[in-house]
Design a protein around this ligand. Structure first.
Ligand code: AMP
Ligand code: MG
Length: 425
């Protein structure tokens, strides 16, 4: 290896994960927007602020099945002194009351129906005793019913002009319901960023290919596609390329230039090995290199660059390192491209549930699993945490963050934990 190639591999300057995240976010530009019907907008992020164009409810609405009355009539009501009302109307949902309520009168009313003028309370059906008096129904009430009881005031759910959805917010079932409730059949959302995924490595076979000596199956592309989908992106798996700079360079250039790719992720070939041609590629192409070494384990050779305003992530080939690179850096970028105000990854505190005695030069991200006991969150490493092992990732739901330095971290210490993206956030 000549001196220049050695320098590329070993002379890299490591930055912190947070510096790397900020560098990436600076270049994560929002994608274009589109207007979709509510059902198609589920899991998208809003590209507009939505304010309630009308109050909800827009009429005084009964919260109970019962009788609409004037509360003042029940001022002195008690078991010893029941107050009688004659029932003058019957108000199903969706209809308009025929009569206003005067003192001594009541209207039978259903949950969700319009409270008649004159009435200021609804007494629950169960609190009344009806009796027939000729062809008239009379009810008696044995307690004081306060003004406003079981009546939802106009705008009590949402005032007119109140913000209901903010730009960048993710639309889940509650947000979709609110949009429908305020009379918006469609909503403007961010497009799903198109994410091209390219694995590099002469050893790689597609999952459907028969095994061959010395070769392994490409699992990273599928893992990254699943992570991309969870983050709201639209993954496209590109056929993997061998460790040949000319072939990889051609494919990458083509992808960075087409409109079918908003962001490119490669895996493999960023390390110090003889065939790690992504290291050479990033030096030789016309793009701007953002970083090529991060103070994190696994995944220290994780690199990123920008070309034509598009981000290129060159993640490590080790499955564990590849996974970490995505969660810590690619996921925030994909979220910001959809307008997310706080693209994460979110961090919570948890009690470390096992000793972690290793001394670390870099911050370590250990795959772990959380449990809650007596209101506290505990997190324990899952399996052996070697970045090259794929299977220990099963069952993990978070990274446990082990800071650098010291003599490791003892069980019982409060640590930062980064929950994995489960596609819900
Ligand atoms: P590299 O980063 O290219 O040095 O790869 C590191 C390790 O990860 C090697 O053992 C590779 O065989 C393995 N590896 C690389 N790419 C993939 C992939 N797409 N799927 C699964 N394992 C991979
Ligand atoms: Mg490789």
């Amino acid at each position: 290896m000549n001196d220049e190639r050695k320098q590329r591999r070993f002379g890299r300057k490591a930055i912190s994960v947070e510096e790397a995240r900020q560098a990436v976010l600076r270049h994560a530009e929002p994608v274009s927007i589109e207007t979709l019907g509510l059902v198609d907008a589920v899991r998208r992020r809003a590209a507009e602020d939505v304010f309630a164009p009308e109050p909800v409810p827009h009429f005084r609405r009964s919260g109970m099945d019962g009788y609409a009355i004037r509360s003042g009539d029940t001022k002195d009501a008690s078991s010893a002194n029941p107050v009688a009302f004659s029932v003058i109307d019957n108000i199903p949902c969706g209809t308009v009351p025929r009569e206003a309520i005067v003192s001594g009168a009541a209207a039978r009313i259903m949950t969700g129906a319009m409270v008649p003028d004159g009435a200021d309370a609804v007494v629950m059906l169960e609190m009344t005793e009806p009796r027939e008096n000729g062809d008239e129904t009379v009810i008696s009430v044995k307690r004081h019913i306060p003004s406003g009881a079981n009546v939802s005031a106009v705008g009590s759910d949402l005032m007119q002009g109140e913000p209901v959805i903010r730009r960048g917010e993710r639309l889940g079932p509650a947000e979709i319901a609110v949009l429908a409730a305020v009379g918006k059949p469609d909503v403007t959302v961010f497009r799903r960023p198109k994410v091209a995924i390219l694995s590099t490595g002469t050893e790689l076979l597609a999952p459907g290919e028969p095994l061959q000596p010395g070769k392994i199956r490409n699992s990273n592309s599928y893992m990254l596609a699943a992570q991309t989908a969870n983050a709201g992106g639209e993954p496209a798996i590109i056929e993997s390329v061998p460790d040949r700079l000319d072939i990889a360079a051609g494919t990458i250039r083509r992808l960075m230039e087409t409109d079918d790719c908003d962001l490119l992720i490669t895996t493999g070939g960023v390390s110090v090995g003889d065939y790690d041609m992504m290291t050479d590629f990033l030096y030789e192409w016309q793009g701007e290199l953002l970083f090529n070494k991060i103070m994190m384990r696994p995944g220290s050779p994780t690199s990123a660059a920008v070309f034509n305003g598009k981000l290129l992530f060159a993640l490590s080939g080790n499955p564990g390192a590849c996974f970490a690179g995505f969660e810590l850096l690619v996921r925030p970028a994909i979220k910001k491209m959809q307008g997310a105000a706080d693209p994460g990854p979110a961090s919570i505190k948890a009690v470390l549930d096992a000793d972690f005695p290793k001394v670390n030069a870099y911050t370590r991200y250990i795959r772990g699993k959380r449990r809650v006991e007596d209101g506290s969150v505990f997190a324990a490493p899952v399996g052996e945490d070697r970045s090259s092992m794929l299977v220990p990732g099963l069952g993990a739901d978070c990274f446990i963050v082990i800071p650098p330095g010291g003599q490791g971290v003892a069980r019982g210490t409060l640590v930062d934990v980064l929950p994995f993206d489960d596609g819900k956030g």
